[in-house]
Design a protein around this ligand. Sequence first.
Ligand code: NAP
Length: 305
Amino acid sequence: MQIFLTGATGYIGSSVLETLLRAGHEVTALIRDPEKAELISRRGVHPVIGDLGKPSSYAAAAEACDAIVHTARAGSSRAQKIDRLAVDTVLVAATNRAASGKPAAVVYTSGVWVLGDTAVPVAEDAALAPTPLVAWRPEHERIVLEAGRAGAPRTVVVRPGIVYGGTRGIIADLLKDAANGLVRVIGDGKNHWPCVYSRDLADLYLRVATNPDASGVFHANDEADECVGDIVDSIARHARMRPDVRHVPLPEARAKMGPYADALALDQRVRSPRARALGWSPSLHSVAGNVARLLEEFRTRREAA
Ligand SMILES: NC(=O)c1ccc[n+]([C@@H]2O[C@H](COP(=O)([O-])OP(=O)(O)OC[C@H]3O[C@@H](n4cnc5c(N)ncnc54)[C@H](OP(=O)(O)O)[C@@H]3O)[C@@H](O)[C@H]2O)c1
């Protein structure tokens, strides 16, 4: 298949790119930076130099592909506005393509933070109660799902948990903090984080992008129901020198980090039955149980960079 990918240089997008290429798909990637475009073209990817905020730079390239996978995220102050522009652009591209009788799909990246705190484990049909950081996301999900209501184009929303693996993301930051001797935990650490291994997440993107029957919302998490305290404790035990762990009250964290603190303090247990119904089965089942492996992967990737 020909797949148009945004965010190919990002944490999730780079993992999705690797998986799509390994599966033999032709990828066209929207890239902002010409140097990154040059690097990515050496891997057989067709780069389109442009910006999410400038639809004319990528609308035609997106319309030429069988599926559009949107994983890019603009910087926080403009995230909502640019994401809305990108959503509108890729939906028009896919709708035009579908109108000419060609296969067309849009895969949109949201996240589990739209669910808010969950008292019991929740699946894809749960009511949304987004934490303030992502208050705008449900509307973008709704627009994407509504555009697919008639079946053409096919539309998908993926809600990843907190991604682990490699050198980027929240869990890799904890590994770095532990190596530097101090890990900060917001609150008492008894809250649960739904997490997902980056390669497992990429496998779900491959499935939803290429399976003509996949549409609607898909959660992506390993269902380990891990407490932040247990994740941090395991990371601390694997560090060369045991780091200090400092518990920061939520109001203090919020004063420094803004609404990101509330997102990290969420207590969430999430299930992914719709993803599993597609045959998706995560290869890793927890962060705490895989810290040695994650550290190895972190070091190998950092040396290779
Ligand atoms: N990471 C997680 O744990 C996680 C969990 C759940 C949901 N999510 C969601 O998944 C999405 C991707 O997250 P991520 O962690 O992969 O982000 P990331 O590592 O920050 O990657 C962002 C990507 O977007 C690209 N980008 C930024 N602004 C752009 C613009 N104006 N035009 C074109 N491309 C642009 C970046 O390109 P450059 O290389 O040019 O900067 C990069 O490729 C986000 O919507 C995030 O909320 C992430």
